[in-house]
Design a binder for this molecule. Structure first.
Ligand SMILES: *Cc1c(COP(=O)(O)O)cnc(C)c1O
Length: 449
């Protein structure tokens, strides 16, 4: 049965409550309803074509409808779609665990699966807390960063620091100690990202770690606070945090949900800082944007603290119904194979350069207040008054309006407030990168007309 577009639009507004969406406004607007995809392109129910310039919320890697990824799902489907991993196992989950250990920073030897990035963080938090308990230590406090985003479940929100998203739930959350957002702090106190700022931030952390011996873990995103509007860290910051957490005997949880799987130019951003965290949280790109899957990688040391006789009840009492789902793991394996077969990271290098070059042009625009980039991730911040750095009023939805303009010319974007986010699938061609940037530049220029 084929339902006509008008009915679909009606039912969408009537029955479907969308995430991160003001439904009153959504219901008054024309919305995109996607029907199919191919490579970096998406088509809506009217047959209009768009470039998916946000990788379907930062998860698509090798393009939509990829023959190899399709085949991986189809072949697994012929065997079995799902079997439980609570006390039993399945073939693709085993193969993927080994593969993830092989490609991740040295020392991360254990893989715990779940379905979404928030859960991967939630698991790291619980594991870290439980680790100290199993070692006979009662530790409670997490050190986090302002402007952090780790997902929307209560634990992940507790370690988050975006007041607009998280403030409402304050009474439900556990307490954390927050350091300033590195980017905002460096800009304010040091006029930009620099090694002096790195040192300054690390002194703050050192003071904290010296004063508090009950720190469960330091929790941070890898390399960039993406959801806060693409705020990169100063160079060496994560390396310094790793050294301090080691020196003061606490754990480090690194959230690579946004940055993992090539987004910053290397498979994981941790590689660029040359560090191995105690926990690395993965999601988004892990299945190339095909199926919900996430993972928390950890060390043998953490794993071993949970070993004991059954009666000791030291094990990790946590699991989800679909943990290690067969289909998701099968497509994730294929996703990683495509990285090798298509030399994705090698081909990405010139694209990152092109993006960097072309982003320079945006500084000239009247309403652009800042331009930020880490690898293939970028944010262009719109401001009302460039001289004063004055933002547009929140209710005006300026970023959204610019995104709507882009949509007219076939580029699909979803901004973060007034930050225009570019998170293109890694497979995108230089021609399409140029088209996306031309379109965005034109759309931002329209604000002045
Ligand atoms: C998206 C994101 C999450 C949450 O992942 P979900 O799959 O949406 O739950 C966590 N951390 C970071 C850094 C993210 O970008």
């Amino acid at each position: 049965m084929k339902i006509d577009p008008k009915t679909l639009e009606k039912w969408d507004k009537e029955y479907f409550w969308h995430p991160f969406t003001q439904m009153k406004v959504y219901r008054e607007e024309d919305n995109l309803i996607f029907e199919r995809g191919e490579g970096v392109y998406l088509w809506d129910i009217y047959g209009r074509k768009y470039i998916d310039a946000i990788s379907s919320l930062w998860c698509n890697v090798h393009g939509h409808n990829h023959p190899k990824l399709n085949r991986a799902v189809e072949e697994q489907l012929k065997k079995v779609a799902h079997t439980t991993t609570l006390g039993s196992s399945n073939v693709p989950a085993i193969l993927l665990a080994k593969k993830l250990v092989d490609i991740s920073p040295e020392g991360l030897n254990k893989v715990f699966y779940c379905e979404d990035g928030a859960e991967a963080v939630e698991i790291a938090l619980k594991m870290a807390y439980h680790y100290w308990r199993n070692r006979g230590e009662d530790r409670k406090v997490f050190i986090t960063l302002s402007e952090a985003y780790h997902g929307d479940t209560i634990g992940a929100v507790s370690v988050g620091g975006i007041d607009l998203f998280h403030g409402t739930y304050r009474d439900l959350l556990f307490e954390t100690i927050r350091l300033p957002s590195p980017y905002l702090y460096c800009k304010k106190e040091h006029g930009g990202l620099s090694e002096t700022c790195t040192a300054d931030l690390l002194f703050k952390l050192e003071d904290l770690l010296r004063a508090r011996r009950d720190v469960v873990a330091v929790v941070l995103e890898s390399g960039i606070q993406a959801a806060a509007g693409m705020l990169p860290y100063p160079p060496g910051f994560m390396k310094g945090v790793r050294e301090l957490t080691k020196r003061f005997g606490t754990l480090l949880i690194v959230d690579e949900v946004a940055t993992g799987f090539g987004r910053t130019g290397t498979m994981f951003y941790c590689e660029q800082e040359g560090i191995t965290p105690d926990f690395m949280c993965l999601g988004k790109g892990i299945t190339g944007g095909y199926l919900p899957l996430a993972a928390t990688l950890t060390t043998d040391e953490v794993f071993d603290a949970f070993l004991g006789e059954f009666g000791e009840a030291k094990h990790f009492y946590h699991g989800h119904t679909y943990t290690g789902n067969n289909l998701a793991c099968a497509v994730s394996l294929a996703n990683l194979e495509v990285f090798e077969e298509e030399k994705t990271l090698e081909k990405l290098k010139p694209k990152i350069k092109l993006l960097e070059e072309r982003l320079k042009e945006f500084w000239e625009l009247e309403h652009v207040g800042d331009v930020r980039q880490l690898g293939f991730m970028a944010g262009i911040e719109l401001v009302k008054d460039k001289e004063k750095g004055e933002p547009f009023p929140y209710g005006e939805r300026t970023g959204f309006k610019v995104a709507m303009k882009c949509r007219e010319r076939g580029v699909f974007l979803r901004p973060l407030g007034d930050v225009m986010v570019l998170m293109m699938p890694l497979v995108i061609s230089e021609e399409d990168i140029n088209f996306v940037l031309d379109t965005l530049k034109w759309a931002i220029g329209e604000l002045t007309r």
